[in-house]
Ligand binder design. Sequence first.
Ligand code: CA
Length: 225
Amino acid sequence: MRILIVEDEVSLADAITAILKKEQYFVDAVYDGRDGLDYALSGIYDLILLDIMLPKMNGIDVLREIRKNNISTPVMLLTAKSDVRDKITGLDCGADDYLTKPFNKGELLARIRALTRRKGEIPSNELVFGDLKLNQSTYNLSCGSLDMKLGAKEFGIMQMLMYVPGNIVSKDEFIEKIWGYESDAEYNSIEVYISFLRKKLSAIKSTVQIKASRGVGYYIEETKP
Ligand code: CA
């Protein structure tokens, strides 16, 4: 589950990031509307938390552009208490929910669960490549009748590889998406998780393998049985 936070109050963005990471969500945070729109248009997010008052482009305009581009990712607006009109405009423009600042951690998490559950009912919850299936709710990686549960970081890596089968995902991209921009994770952390994943792929007898592109990154490929 990958969540985008668009919030210019860096300390608030950091606090939400920490809460969500603790709950095993993958999180990207950006601090202005323009970046928010760029990231949202990638279509890779399961949920967007969007502040309304933002530099460069306000949240309502970001939301309009997201919907105009047919991105149906659930959007939860983060609003100040006084923005009643903004809330109404936001809901009219295709927001799915809103949360008034300051908010309680439990309420934030409950609303996120509600919004992502709704999305979870759409039957696109599984990534498929070759004989391999990755369930994005249960983190279950399966091949035929064999399956393995993945840890959060293993899942994140496998998900990124299966989004773009055959294409290289760079080590920097893994670190940014899974460990976060400010992380001090090193390349060898990725290598460790790749080796775990390779063992799991072989345990479930998949013909899909993770290949290394020396010095650049990794990609998945189906090998002939
Ligand atoms: Ca703001």
